[in-house]
Write a protein that binds this ligand. Structure first.
Ligand SMILES: [Zn+2]
Length: 152
């Protein structure tokens, strides 16, 4: 083998490895289907809401980490459905909360159906909010989804 051919072979090999790795990440990442809250749902302070999500993974599940944060400035998280938003405004007393929900690590599929509560204690700002949801599998691969809601 001459030198040129060796260099060329190494180059091809590197490209091949690069492609395989990218595909691996896509197949290793968990899949998520958020059913509730649905995009543009109206939730209320002082009330519970249904959190219903279907998750699956090729090796097993890990946990769901979810937060709710205000979207008064109208930002985006990649590609998700956008709702009819109020006029942009400054946050005065925005609601923020975080939940970590463990999933059965031996399961490749799981449906989580639970009630979560939004407190109504200190006159939180009403308006546009995001639920931002990270799903991690039992190997540490992660994916996320976001849903636009109003909390009134
Ligand atoms: Zn957001």
């Amino acid at each position: 083998m001459n030198k040129k051919l060796i260099v060329y072979s190494i180059f091809l090999f590197a490209i091949l490895i690069g492609c395989v790795k990218e595909n691996e990440i896509v197949t290793e990442q968990p899949l998520v289907e958020l059913i509730a809250p649905a995009p543009c749902d109206i939730l209320r302070f002082g009330e519970a809401f249904r959190f219903l999500v279907k998750v699956s993974d090729n090796t097993g599940l890990g946990n769901i980490k979810m937060d709710v944060h205000n979207n008064f400035g109208q930002h985006l998280h990649g590609d998700h459905e956008i709702c009819n938003m109020d006029e942009p405004k400054d946050a005065v007393n925005p609601y923020f909360n975080e939940w970590i929900l463990e999933l059965p690590t031996q399961n490749q599929e799981y449906t989580l159906d639970t009630l979560l509560f939004i407190p109504d204690t200190t006159n939180f700002d009403t308006g546009d909010y995001h639920f931002h949801i990270y799903i991690t599998d039992n190997e540490g691969y992660q994916t996320f989804t976001t849903v636009d809601v109003k909390i009134l």
